[in-house]
Design a protein. Structure first.
Length: 208
């Protein structure tokens, strides 16, 4: 999709890959996108994890994602390199949430306490599973120290020129601007754009 069209055409075809570190707000941002664009979200954590933090393995994850993104529009969130390397060529947009450490740490604490908004995988949550706070905080810090650098290096190595349109969002304010400018709200059943906007929650008022 040409960059000149991606923020002006509400009927554009969206295939959006949302990346970022653990507890970085990917789930919440993807839900906001889904509300605006009327496209369902494929949460990779929900596919990958089940029961007592058991998982289906990378190969089966890639197979499941390929099947569910074969046609039509999609929003996929989750920073799984095996999936990322398969989907980026099909994406119209790649959104990387470069979430500040303090914000990610706050989300980690909420997630360890079982806050549904903080991205606990659905099947783990259904089984009553939570994550130890210390382990989550170590994961957040580990991403900030090493994985974040590798992620940004990978983004810089992508071929120049969209698609995909690549954006790195470093704050909640930048996320809000991206939602407003690059992903205009779609209207169904004859409603008005302001009606769609009025029904959305604000990132500033919810756990990222």
């Amino acid at each position: 999709m040409p960059a000149s069209e991606s923020h002006t055409n509400s009927h554009a075809q969206y295939r959006i890959l949302v990346l970022g570190g653990i507890c970085g707000g990917k789930t919440h941002f993807s839900k906001r996108l889904s509300e605006r664009l009327k496209i369902s979200v494929l949460h990779l954590d929900d596919l990958f994890w089940f029961g007592n933090w058991r998982n289906i393995g990378s190969r089966r994850l890639v197979e499941a994602v390929r099947e569910q993104t074969r046609t039509g529009e999609w929003i996929v969130d989750g920073n799984y390199p095996s999936v990322r390397d398969v989907l980026w060529r099909e994406a119209s947009h790649i959104v990387y949430l470069d979430t500040p450490l303090r914000q990610a740490a706050g989300s980690a604490i909420a997630r360890s306490l079982g806050d549904e908004r903080a991205g606990v995988p659905a099947k783990v949550r259904a089984a009553g599973g939570r994550e130890p706070t210390l382990r989550l905080l170590k994961s957040v810090l580990g991403h900030r120290i090493s994985e974040r650098r590798r992620d940004l290096k990978w983004l810089r190595r992508l071929p120049s020129g969209p698609p995909p349109q690549v954006m790195v969002l470093k704050s909640r304010a930048e996320q809000e601007r991206a939602l407003a400018v690059w992903f205009p709200a779609r209207v169904l059943w004859g409603g008005k754009p302001e009606d769609a906007a009025a029904g959305e929650g604000s990132i500033d008022n919810e756990q990222a």
